[in-house]
Design a protein around this ligand. Sequence first.
Ligand code: HEM
Length: 511
Amino acid sequence: MEFSSSWALLVMASLAALAFLSKLLLFKSHQLKFPPGPKPWPIIGNLDLIGSHPPQSLHKLAQKYGPIMQLKFGSFPVVVASSAEMAKEFLKTHDHVFASRPKTAAGKYTAYNYHNITWSPYGPYWRQGRKIFLSELFSSKQLESYQYIRVEEMRAFLSRLCILSGKPVMLKDHLFRLTLSIISRIALGKKYVSDDSKYETSIVRSEEFQEMLDELFLLNAVFNIGDWIPWLDFLDMQGYVKRMKGLRKKFDRFLDRVFDEHKAKKEGGNDLMPKDTVDLLLQLADDPNNDVKLTYDCIKALTQDLIAGGTDTSATVIEWAMSELVKQPHLIKKANEELDRVIGRERWVEEKDIPQLPYIDAIMKETMRKHPVAGLLVPHLAIQDCDVAGYKIRKGTRVFINTWSIGRDPSIWDAPEEFQPGRFLGKDIDVKGQNFELLPFGSGRRMCPGYSLGRKVVSSTLANMLHGFNWKLPDNMKCEELSMDEVYGLTTCRKFPLVAMMEPRLSLHLY
Ligand code: HEM
């Protein structure tokens, strides 16, 4: 009797404690609010507040609602982080929750049903793809083994510029040709794209391929209504899905030819060692030990990811850097002083010289601060509910990290609208994803896997362009007339391409 009454007491006490605890928890979760933000309209949500430059529109909204704000784009909640602290919350503290990507028409139609790395959801396929890229392509050993390609293509680029000295030159075309040649030789084994229509091994002409890539970048960054209001998807009101399907056909034709050639070479020869990324991926596709099967479409998607990631990004950064520099010739003078002192006038800059060129490094960082290639990074997706900085974030929320806004935060940067590379000298701020005030390559699980290649290409190209030539704007143009307007896309590039003039600076036998 005594035993059973104390047993009953114990049960009652436990029930009371449980009730109290659940009330406490319930109270806590009720206390958590969604981040502040504008009131959404029915159907469109807050899409009416987003202009043609979404990072800028969101930057303005953040001035009112703060560094973490919630909006609604069509049917989906969207959270925007606009400060270094908030970026750290999403990309470091809660990185595992926000490491996925939303499903978009671009991922479906231009990335072989989400089978590239950029658009694939967080999971085994993405993990395997990244592992292949990081170990087989971007490890220090592999990067070293492809250095000769970067050197050869850089020299060819500098010689092409030299031939054009004294004439106005549209820089982006030349930069695009350089970065495309480098990544094509690494990934595809040779340059399949040529300016010369007689070049027998080329599959598409350079301008046509640039158009394909421009279209790819644009379509991967558009605000496609069907992505945000799914019940309107079937209408394809802006015609983007039609364009995506057309683009996929063009990439299919290109990649089919590349793969056919690789397979024919493999079947014909005895040498089974992979020579380039496509060889390697084709070999992995036949590998029964793979965690996740790599189909033909997967290989196409991964190859396309490399070509897209490796070309426009680096070319865009260099074009922005040169635009800022020709506007302020005294900065070019400062870079030249460093180059003359460290390198001298009798040779080109080599990749191993870069650590001895802090001012060139500072120019690169300042360019990436003021003109981040991906002003909102690539959208992240919450795979579960999560509390961030005292706010409730629901599973399925799309997250944008506004690096464009963070680069203009006056509490971090003095005179943020001014281009002042000197601000980085002697400062311990890098672009490796550890300093959340400067995230040109992102941070955490989804950080750019091509970071080291991109960085090498940008700094050595910039260093050699400044070392090899005196730069100025065309004769009829004043520095203050050069527009710095941006066009938003997956890479944010110049609205008006830079046209500049150059004269050789080094002994002519070097060109
Ligand atoms: C200056 C050059 C480059 C810049 C500024 C850059 C920037 C970025 C950024 C901001 C992201 C998104 C990070 C995020 O979502 O949080 C990204 C992702 C990515 N980048 Fe780059 N990138 C560059 C060069 C490259 C190169 C050379 C390659 C490959 C050849 C590459 C391949 C990729 C891929 C595959 C992803 C998707 C990663 C994932 O979703 O897991 N990038 N890059």
